[in-house]
Design a protein around this ligand. Structure first.
Ligand SMILES: *[C@@H]1O[C@H](CO)[C@@H](O)[C@H](O)[C@H]1NC(C)=O
Ligand SMILES: *[C@@H]1O[C@H](CO)[C@@H](O)[C@H](O)[C@H]1NC(C)=O
Ligand SMILES: *[C@@H]1O[C@H](CO)[C@@H](O)[C@H](O)[C@H]1NC(C)=O
Ligand SMILES: *[C@@H]1O[C@H](CO)[C@@H](O)[C@H](O)[C@H]1NC(C)=O
Ligand SMILES: *[C@@H]1O[C@H](CO)[C@@H](O)[C@H](O)[C@H]1NC(C)=O
Ligand SMILES: *[C@@H]1O[C@H](CO)[C@@H](O)[C@H](O)[C@H]1NC(C)=O
Ligand SMILES: *[C@@H]1O[C@H](CO)[C@@H](O)[C@H](O)[C@H]1NC(C)=O
Length: 307
């Protein structure tokens, strides 16, 4: 009798382990979920029918090493996607003026317009200007005037901090979609860019390092507009989180939608992992884990081994 129940427990444990070993899907069925090391979860996707709409299309260049992902709708190189925060990290441009040793960017490619797209600059970025006696201004973000001015002391050891001497920073207005800076001043090389602030603080040692970079990391917020949900609801790929809380009978899978009508984002509820944008995308892993560790302990003390 003890043997038999041990066997039952073993089978239960194996079933639980199998459930745990199965990670929740991130991409749509039959779609690639990675470009190189970059995870591409739906609503993003690569290839026909794999993304929600053109703004979430990712083109993966497999001939570059490492593979390079581009958000083709806004023509920016993609570094990371976060579903939880509705944010992407991309490579952003650097505007420059009078920099002799800087590779010239073609035409106006240093200007970004995200107007009409679901992307906007996140408030985790700062507008940053580098140069001597430089006055930097963000154009086309009226009515606010956003900019800063640098002074011009000799480059000292204190140049790490961007606090006015050869480097200045300012916060950007909420949800701006255009980057087009003016850089004014008579002397030397001047740079202007929007940059992920924690990267700028922690990953570079001197502001002048940026002079030799072609791009800087930038965080963009993204939203899913309600029309997309309506459109998807018509076919089999309907997004269940559009109906607020929901539940399937055989397995516990939950997601909910955060309403900022008509723009929205989906979340898995606490303790559930996965992709809330896919039907059955949120998987209740926590309860399975607890169950498995409980049975493991029981079996260990009873000297019972699963083979
Ligand atoms: C892909 O990357 C390679 C190597 O960096 C480059 O030569 C090629 O032009 C890229 N292809 C596209 C479509 O961007
Ligand atoms: C540069 O701009 C001109 C005029 O705006 C345009 O005709 C040309 O195609 C652009 N070149 C590149 C490489 O974007
Ligand atoms: C929804 O998103 C669009 C496009 O980003 C934007 O123009 C609009 O103001 C947003 N609406 C709300 C209520 O946030
Ligand atoms: C950038 O801003 C300047 C000043 O407002 C404007 O003249 C120029 O047309 C803008 N460039 C683009 C590409 O919109
Ligand atoms: C500081 O260093 C940068 C890069 O080496 C240089 O372009 C700039 O002119 C220097 N500024 C001063 C005030 O020496
Ligand atoms: C470029 O910088 C040099 C100093 O390095 C300065 O003499 C010149 O006036 C600057 N030119 C412009 C157009 O800002
Ligand atoms: C910044 O540095 C941290 C740790 O040093 C690293 O984990 C992270 O990937 C870096 N970020 C970027 C954008 O390079």
């Amino acid at each position: 009798m003890i043997q038999l129940s041990g066997l039952v427990i073993c089978l239960l444990l194996l079933a639980a382990d199998a459930a745990m070993a199965d990670p929740p899907p991130m991409a749509k069925p039959n779609c690639q979920d990675h470009c190189g090391d970059i995870s591409i979860p739906f609503p993003f996707g690569m290839g026909h029918n794999c993304y929600m709409n053109k703004w979430f299309e990712v083109v993966c260049n497999t001939s570059s090493n490492p593979h390079k992902a581009v958000l083709s709708g806004i023509d920016m190189e993609l570094l990371e996607i976060s579903l939880d925060d509705s944010r992407v990290r991309v490579n952003g441009p650097i505007q420059s003026s009078n920099c002799s040793n800087r590779r010239r960017t073609n035409n106006n490619s240093a200007i970004i317009s995200l107007t009409g797209s679901p992307y906007s600059f996140s408030s985790f970025n700062m507008f940053t200007a580098i140069g001597c006696d430089t006055s930097a201004l963000l154009n086309q973000v009226m009515p606010q005037i956003t900019g800063c001015t640098t002074t011009c002391s000799a480059n000292g050891s204190s140049s790490k901090a961007c606090s006015g001497n050869n480097c200045c920073q300012t916060t950007i207005p909420t949800s701006i979609q255009v980057f087009n800076a003016s850089l004014e001043g008579d002397s030397g090389c001047k740079l202007g860019f929007i940059v992920e602030q924690s990267w700028f603080r922690h990953n570079i040692t001197s502001p002048w390092e940026v002079q030799h970079m072609l791009t800087v990391p930038v965080l963009l917020d993204w939203i899913v507009q309600d029309d997309d949900f309506k459109a998807r609801a018509k076919d089999s790929d309907r997004i269940d989180c559009a109906n607020s809380w929901w539940r399937r009978q055989d397995q516990e899978r939950y997601s909910y939608m955060e309403y900022t009508f008509p723009n929205s984002s989906c979340r898995c509820i606490g303790g559930y992992d996965g992709n809330p944008y896919l039907p059955d995308g949120c998987l209740g892993k926590t309860s399975v884990k607890k169950l498995a560790s409980f049975y493991k302990k029981l079996i260990f003390q009873g000297q019972m081994l699963c083979t």
